[in-house]
Write a protein that binds this ligand. Structure first.
Ligand SMILES: [Fe+2]
Length: 220
């Protein structure tokens, strides 16, 4: 059991002993669809660079290590011992891959919500776009510790709903439309402890076009 924990924590060491054929299934860090400084002044270049190259990369490494160890596990007990590493690192990889795409520079799609199915659904389910943002920010700011704020589509109620997840838990109960990272690494270097300023600023760089595509996909 101890050896399993050690290999999860040391992905590079684990990787060195993986058969060459297994490398094809490794997860990789996706490129950002814009430059590190493209979201300034709302999210600084320093935050984006560290967040992408250090934090997201660490989740990718941890997920690869956990999956490789899982594949080689010979007992149910060993597999159970890997569940939290799979959830944490797998969720971190899924959430951040989604997060980069749901942001966009102001001189591109950032902050622009055009007339269309997303705007109509937000007005239907929250009264107005401004009311939606207020409710989203209040729910996300209230997360204790680290987590994510979500706008999700509930296929049972056929409505957009605001929800949150703790740690790196991915959104399972809804189809994710917009996700906002409220871990301190996402804002602290620029906004310090003032979460509400980060949450107010991020709407300037939210890619509503991407969010609308997700909604269209979820409602098919
Ligand atoms: Fe993050």
């Amino acid at each position: 059991m101890l050896s399993i924990a050690r290999t999860v924590l040391r992905p590079t060491l684990t990787r060195a002993f993986v058969a060459p054929g297994a490398a094809a299934s490794l997860h990789t860090l996706p490129d950002l669809p814009y430059a590190y400084n493209a979201l300034e002044p709302h999210i600084s270049e320093q935050i984006m660079k560290l967040h992408h190259t250090k934090h997201h990369q660490t989740y990718v490494n941890g997920l690869n290590a956990a999956e490789e160890t899982y594949a080689k596990s010979t007992s149910t007990k060993e597999k159970i011992a890997l569940q939290s590493a799979l959830k944490f690192n797998g969720g971190g990889h899924i959430n951040h891959s989604l997060f980069w795409k749901n942001l966009s520079p102001v001189n591109e799609d950032g902050g622009k919500l055009a007339e269309g199915p997303l705007k109509q659904a937000l007005e239907r389910d929250f009264g107005s776009v401004e009311d939606f943002k207020k409710k989203f920010n209040a729910a996300t700011a209230a997360i204790q510790g680290s987590g994510w704020g979500w706008l999700g589509y509930n296929s049972a109620t056929k409505k957009l709903e605001i929800t949150t997840t703790a740690n790196q838990d991915p959104l399972i109960s809804h189809s994710p439309i917009i996700g906002v990272d409220i871990w301190e690494h996402a804002f602290y270097l620029q906004y310090h402890n003032v979460k509400v300023d980060y949450l107010a600023a991020i709407w300037n760089v939210i890619n509503f076009k991407e969010a609308e595509q997700r909604l269209v996909e979820a409602t098919k």
